[in-house]
Design a protein around this ligand. Structure first.
Ligand code: SF4
Length: 363
C-alpha cells in the first residue's frame, strides 16, 4: 500500500530527499490542507509533480458514484489497488456534513442482516485508504460550498477489528485534516477488548455500539460476535469507556420487523440505555438479499421510539438516507459484485424520491 495518505511525514521526507527541505511541508500541506493530488499542486515544479503523481498513485479509483436526497447524499464505490471494493457515503445536513467511511473491504463479523457480512471478508484497509475516503468527501463538500465536519466509521467493516490502522487514520484525520475528536465516531458491533483499548487513547472520540438486541439469546443470532463477548462483557467495557473518556455513548438499533421491535425489546433496551446514559439511534433495517426480513413499518418504529422516550431515553429516528442508492452498509458493492448493477447504472433517477439514510447500518 503506497498511496499518498499512507506515507507519514518521515516517509515523505525520504521521497523528497533530493529536494529543498521546505518541499516536505509544502507537499504535506497540499495533501492535507489543500486536499490536492500531487499532480494538482501547481506550486510544484512540473517534473516533481509528475514524479510524485507516479510515486504516490491514488489509493481509490472510482467505480461508481450516486446521488440521492436532492444532492444531500452521495455514495461512492471505490476499487482499491488490488481490486477490493469499498464504499464511502457523504451526507449533508442543515448544520453539518458527515462522511461515513469503510474500515475493511468486506467484514468477518457475519451479522445475519448485513449485506457486507453476507459477502464475507476481503482484507483490512490501510490507514491511507481510510484517510483518502475522508479526503474525497472533504473535496466533494468543499466543491458544494460546505465543510466536512464529521466522520463516522460506520461503512463496510468492523473498525475495532482493524484497530491499529483505524486509529492511525483517526489521528491523521484529527491532526492533519483538522476535524475535532468530538466529531469523530467509532462504531463497533461489540469487540469489547477494542472498546477498552479505545478508553486508553488520548483522543476522546464518540463511541457507537451497534446493539440490535438486548438479550444474549437474540443477539447471538443477529450478531455472532456476541457469543465471544456477550452483553455483560460488552456493557462493562462501555461503562469503562464512559468513565475514562466522558464522551457520549450511542446505541444503534436496526429495527427488524417481528425480530427486535416489540414492546419487550424496547423496555429491555431502555433499561440498558438508561443505565449508561446512552443515546439510541433507531433505523429501520434496509432489506438485504441474503436475509429474509424487512425493516419495521413506520407505526412500529414510532411506537418503539415512543416507549423508549417515555422512560426518559434520548432517541433519534434515523432516516434511511440514500436507500434508493443502496446506501446501507455493503449494499452497493454487493449489487455490483452480483451483476445486478454495473457502476454505470448507479446514477440515480434525479426525480426519485429521496428516502435518505446513512450508509451506516453497519457494526
Ligand atoms: S453490520 Fe457491521 S460488523 Fe456486522 S457484518 Fe455488517 S459491517 Fe460487519
Amino acid at each position: 500500500m503506497s498511496g499518498a495518505y499512507d506515507l507519514d511525514r518521515q516517509g515523505l521526507a525520504e521521497l523528497l530527499a533530493d529536494q529543498p527541505s521546505y518541499r516536505v511541508a509544502q507537499v504535506w500541506r497540499g495533501l492535507y490542507r489543500g486536499l490536492r493530488r500531487p499532480g494538482e499542486m501547481t506550486d510544484l515544479p512540473p517534473g516533481l509533480r509528475d514524479r510524485l503523481e507516479e510515486a504516490l498513485p491514488p489509493a481509490l479509483s472510482q467505480l461508481g458514484s450516486s446521488v440521492a436526497d436532492g444532492g444531500d447524499t452521495r455514495k461512492w464505490l471505490w476499487a482499491l489497488a488490488d481490486g477490493a471494493r469499498v464504499e464511502t457515503v457523504l451526507m449533508h445536513y442543515r448544520d453539518r456534513s458527515t462522511a461515513c467511511v469503510s474500515s475493511q473491504a468486506g467484514c468477518a463479523m457475519d451479522c445475519s442482516f448485513c449485506a457486507t457480512g453476507q459477502s464475507g471478508f476481503s482484507r483490512q484497509l490501510s490507514s491511507g485508504e481510510i484517510v483518502e475516503q475522508v479526503v474525497a468527501a472533504s473535496r466533494e463538500s468543499r466543491e458544494a460550498g460546505r465543510r466536512l465536519t464529521n466522520v463516522v466509521f460506520m461503512g463496510m467493516g468492523e473498525p475495532l477489528a482493524n484497530y491499529d490502522r483505524v486509529w492511525s487514520a483517526v489521528t491523521r484525520i484529527h491532526g492533519e485534516l483538522g476535524l475535532s475528536a468530538r466529531h469523530l465516531t467509532i462504531s463497533t458491533v461489540g469487540i469489547a477488548p477494542g472498546v477498552r483499548r479505545l478508553a486508553g487513547e488520548a483522543l476522546p472520540v464518540n463511541l457507537a455500539v451497534s446493539l440490535h438486541a438486548a438479550s444474549d439469546e437474540l443477539r447471538d443470532r443477529l450478531v455472532p460476535i456476541n457469543r465471544r463477548y456477550p452483553l455483560g462483557t460488552l456493557l462493562s467495557a462501555c461503562r469503562h469507556y464512559l468513565a475514562a473518556k466522558g464522551r457520549r455513548l450511542s446505541f444503534e438499533w436496526a429495527l427488524i420487523d417481528g425480530v427486535n421491535d416489540t414492546a419487550d425489546d424496547a423496555d429491555a433496551l431502555a433499561g440498558i440505555a438508561r443505565q449508561l446514559g446512552a443515546h439510541v439511534n433507531l433505523i429501520p433495517l434496509n432489506p438485504t438479499p441474503g436475509y429474509p426480513r424487512i425493516g419495521s413499518p413506520p407505526s412500529v418504529v414510532s411506537s418503539f421510539a415512543g416507549r423508549l422516550r417515555a422512560t426518559g431515553v434520548n432517541v433519534t429516528l434515523r432516516r434511511n438516507r440514500g436507500t434508493d442508492i443502496d446506501a446501507a452498509c455493503g449494499q452497493l458493492a454487493s449489487r455490483v459484485a452480483s451483476g445486478r448493477a454495473g457502476p454505470d447504472q448507479l446514477a440515480p433517477d434525479p426525480t426519485a424520491p429521496g428516502r435518505a439514510g446513512p450508509g451506516p447500518t453497519a457494526g
